[in-house]
Design a protein around this ligand. Sequence first.
Ligand code: FMN
Length: 190
Amino acid sequence: MSKKVIVVYCSKTGFTKKYAEWIAEEIDSDLIEASKVRINDLIKYETIVYGGALYAKGINGLKLFLKKIEEMKDKKLIVFFLGATPLHEGIKEEVINSNFSKEQQESIKFFMLRGGFNFNCLNIMDKFAMFLLKLKLETKKNLTPDEKGMLSSYSRPIDFTDKKYIIPIVNEIRNGIIKDNYNKEVIFYD
Ligand SMILES: Cc1cc2nc3c(=O)[nH]c(=O)nc-3n(C[C@H](O)[C@H](O)[C@H](O)COP(=O)(O)O)c2cc1C
């Protein structure tokens, strides 16, 4: 439907990519990996959606992406981010406050989704960082349920992605393009 929308994503182990593909498919928008997108590619879109996972509370690839769009004041911007940990409002707020200026927060819509964790697919640096976290957790007393879940995920991948999490994002994108007579309701998923 709308080639006025582009979904840009940065994904290390495939979880963000999966959400980006689901969104692009649902909206029938263009889709591109962040490292391949050029400023000139983005200019023609009305709505730009960016997705990246949390890596030590930073959003993967975000800084470079924001540089590419910093002059584009007329675009509707949507950012989604995901992590392995459960979705808490407190975390969402913390991530937004530490990754975006007050000015950016006023003009961007944010969504937090749940990803997963796949130790075997990580690059060597990330494996090392996560190995250190594992050592820390193994020596910690009274682990929280989330920490126990995290520890068990080192031996087998965990995947909390769910297509229904894209519904609010798809609605937000569609709200922005109602002016183009596109007012279809989101239909899916129980
Ligand atoms: C080094 C490292 C740091 C991470 N930091 C966080 C974090 O701060 N919060 C979180 O919820 N998940 C964190 N994660 C988990 C990733 O965000 C999660 O695996 C995500 O689904 C990866 O998505 P991607 O494969 O699309 O990059 C971290 C993972 C690694 C390897």
